[in-house]
Design a protein around this ligand. Structure first.
Ligand code: NOJ
Length: 765
């Protein structure tokens, strides 16, 4: 015992053990002065096998950790907490409750290794920011970093150490409900956003009380489920995996993301949770990443229904060998690992590696210095949902709006317009803007579009509001299936009356918050319920319609695109939704967002994305036998990267500093961009490239750079991108990331449809 205590003192948290109290006061023992790996090894050397396995075990809260357990299972869980058999908890909320749960461990367990608390802080903690897909439409990396920073600050003030975000799954399928949680269809954009979000959550110092550990998820392929159906089988080849799916994960790992989460899906027959190549060989081996991998909820135990393990013990063996370090509520490690080690079926070295990784993150968070650092009820009161945070949310929100159509300059609206009708089931909805994955965002707490308009409009405007129809009916929550209204359309008549009285109609349509998110895949992506009927009835009496589209996925809006003069894509923008929408509607902010996903003409085109392969039959030969659907054009309804402004921009031709590029060299590509309209505005200038011939076939275009430029009316700027051989790399037929010699087209323009290019040759000696 004496020896153990001495060793504990050496690693810097002896006072916790001796006094059973909060902090280690010894200044000398700070993380900066001690060698992290020595500390980790010291802790590990003290642990029994049971305690080690305990660190790999994560339970969900939702039960009274300090009160009387309501059932026997909870009683067992509580005992396990006391015995040091739990390393982490998720869904334990508030500073008070996290402190109480931590106290159980710090008071009763032998080694007093602090718990790490995790929570899905996906787009805000209580101050809600735009859903991640919406925020990605800002293409504004600083704004996205800031939003993650505020989310981290609020979460940290409320006792959380760790968010299960960012979700960096590339997705090309609008049917998938979780497309709302990612950053769209492009691996380059997704990589930049992944880094911004990791930096925002983690800051420069994980131990700061304002930062939390991030988690790159879901490793890997989760966004590619067949038919866009959640949890479904993924069948992709190695090149697709490497070139389209892994880049944002690699970027997050390089940015120092503290944790990864694996995925529910299988890829080509191997469940991701059991994938040794991905987790152990690639991520922890080749990429040299030293954080820990948490399973997705129950995904280790789900190896059984996958037909990959025969029972929990078998699942535990497979998952630990593959490199899953922590078992989220699967209870497979708890059930199986000890026996597996005793029977020599699992090498204890694998367990040691997992535990070291978990301890490393706990040390980096400063939990060994002060396990209660984040559970501060005072900070929770003063730093959460502040006016300042809401202002920041409004700023990101307005930047996330995409102007899709603006015929005859119907927008911006005059603040002193004589009459305005605001119509639609989402027009005064204060809940849908909070979106799915809403953490502590309160139901019905957002500013609705109607409220935002009322705050912005002049006193003399006559304003009419009509809901028209309900969209969803009944209970709305994370787990309740959403029921769409298919019976009551009695409100259409009064909506039509209001539309007749107004100069302009703002129609607010789209999706309920719970139409997207986990388990919310759909076969249809057009307006649900009676919305289309409402829209067409209004259109019959007033054609001056601005459609405000609120949604968590690309939608099929071909009719609207063909008939309505104005369309604003506003997603679900969080707490300040209505204010941000009004900022754009009335021109206080000139829209600058660009789509991070393509909008198809029809759901039948999904999966639908700009960076497709050319196929052997790309050309429209006017006959039947080319690659197309006979009932829809291959062109997107709205393209990836597309978004209008209240001003206009003119691009010059692309100029290259040289027509050949050699190893070690850089060629610059530039355009002169001019604001040719009469308002100041911002444009996201996009660089695309096409590799004409490859050892594997290459996409018709790939985003390779972007820059946001602000210009006053009449002002011009030269925008320059650097092209290096590294930028041209891809995972080749040699199964390596390489640049192949050959010809490239270089495009710079305002969206992915840009067609003029300069030619560049990459020459190797
Ligand atoms: C399952 C989801 O797939 C994952 O993203 C989330 O973090 C966990 N549940 C925890 O809520």
């Amino acid at each position: 015992m004496e020896i153990r205590l001495k060793r504990l003192l050496n690693i810097g948290f002896g006072s916790l053990i001796i006094m059973g109290s909060i902090a280690c006061n010894n200044e000398k023992l700070t993380k900066h002065e001690d060698d992290l790996e020595t500390k980790i090894d010291s802790v590990l050397s003290l642990m029994t096998l049971k305690e080690k396995i305990g660190q790999m075990n994560q339970y969900s809260g939702g039960w009274e950790v300090t009160g009387t357990p309501s059932d026997i299972d909870t009683q067992t869980k509580l005992e396990k907490l006391k015995n040091g058999e739990v390393g982490s908890m998720l869904n334990v909320l508030t500073a008070k409750e996290t402190r109480e749960a931590q106290e159980v461990v710090m008071t009763h367990s032998r080694l007093k290794i602090p718990l790490i608390f995790g929570y899905d802080v996906i787009h805000g903690y209580k101050t809600m920011f735009p859903i991640p897909l919406g925020e990605s439409a800002s293409w504004d990396l600083n704004a996205m970093e800031k939003s993650a920073q505020i989310a981290a600050k609020e979460a940290a003030a409320s006792g959380q150490h760790w968010t299960f975000a960012p979700m960096v799954d590339v997705s090309r399928d609008a049917r998938w409900g979780r497309i709302m949680e990612g950053s769209g269809e492009d691996p380059f954009l997704a990589s930049k956003i992944a880094v911004a979000r990791v930096k925002g959550f983690q800051g420069d110092d994980l131990a700061s009380e304002n930062t939390i550990a991030a988690c790159a998820k879901h490793f890997a392929g989760y966004g590619f489920g067949e038919a866009g159906r959640d949890y479904n089988t993924v069948n992709i080849g190695e090149h697709e995996l490497q070139n389209s799916i892994l880049p944002p994960f690699k970027a997050a790992a390089n940015a120092g993301v503290a944790t990864f989460m694996n995925a529910f899906n299988e890829i080509d027959g191997t469940p991701a949770t059991a994938d040794k190549y991905l987790q152990r060989d690639l991520l922890k081996g080749e990429w040299g990443w030293d954080g820990f991998m948490v399973s997705d909820w129950g995904s280790i135990a789900e190896l059984i229904p996958h037909g990959f393990a025969k029972d929990r013990t078998d699942a535990a063996r497979i998952a630990v060998e593959a490199g899953s370090d922590m078992d989220m509520e699967g209870r497979a490690y708890e059930v199986g690992l000890e026996t597996l080690v005793h029977e020599n079926k699992v090498d204890v070295a694998l367990i040691d590696d997992a535990v070291k990784r978990i301890l490393r993150v706990k040390f980096r968070l400063g939990l060994f210095d002060d396990p209660y650092r984040y559970s501060n009820t005072e900070r929770e009161k003063s730093e959460v949902y502040t006016n300042e945070n809401r202002d920041i949310a409004r700023d990101v929100a307005k930047k996330s709006i995409v102007l899709l159509k603006n015929q005859n300059h119907i927008l911006p609206l005059d603040k002193n317009i004589k009459s305005l009708a605001v119509i639609g089931p989402l027009a005064n909805d204060k809940d849908t803007p909070i979106g799915n994955w809403r953490a502590q965002g309160e139901a019905n707490s957002a500013i609705s579009v109607f409220e935002g308009i009322q705050d912005a409009i002049g006193d003399d405007t006559r304003i009419f509001y009509e809901k028209g129809v309900d969209l969803g009916v009944g209970e709305r929550s994370f787990l309740a299936p959403l029921k769409i209204n298919t019976t009551n359309k009695t409100g259409i008549e009064s909506a039509v009356k209001a539309a007749k009285l107004a100069e302009v109609v703002v129609m607010v349509l789209g999706e309920d918050a719970f139409q997207s998110g986990e388990g919310r895949s759909q076969t249809q992506i057009s307006f649900a319920g009676f919305q289309q009927e409402l829209l067409e009835a209004v259109y019959a009496v007033n054609k001056n319609i601005v459609l405000v589209l609120m949604n968590g996925r690309p939608m099929e809006i071909s009719w609207s695109a063909a008939h309505l003069p104005g369309i604003l894509e506003v997603w679900q923008l969080g707490s300040e939704h209505g204010h941000a929408v009004a900022d754009v509607l009335f021109g206080n902010y000139n829209p600058s967002g660009k789509l991070p996903v393509s909008f198809p003409r029809s759901v039948g085109q999904e999966p639908f994305y700009y960076n497709q392969k050319n196929t052997g039959r790309p050309a429209d030969n006017g006959e039947v036998t080319f690659s197309h659907h006979t009932d829809a054009s291959n062109d997107p309804l709205f393209a990836f990267g597309f978004g209008l402004s209240y001003t206009t921009f003119k691009y010059s031709e692309v100029k290259l500093s040289a027509s050949t590029l050699k190893p070690g060299e850089t060629v610059t590509a530039s355009v002169a961009l001019t604001n040719s309209g009469n308002r100041s505005g911002k444009e996201v200038v996009q660089l695309y490239m096409r590799d004409l011939v490859g050892s594997i076939t290459r996409p018709i275009k790939e985003l390779k750079g972007f820059e946001m430029v602000s210009l006053e009316p009449g002002e011009s700027k030269t925008v320059t991108f650097e092209i290096t051989p590294e930028l041209l790399q891809f995972y080749t037929a040699n199964k390596k990331w390489e640049t192949e010699a050959g010809d490239f087209h270089v495009f710079i323009g305002s969206d992915s449809r840009v067609s003029t290019f300069a030619e560049l040759e990459y020459v190797t000696p």
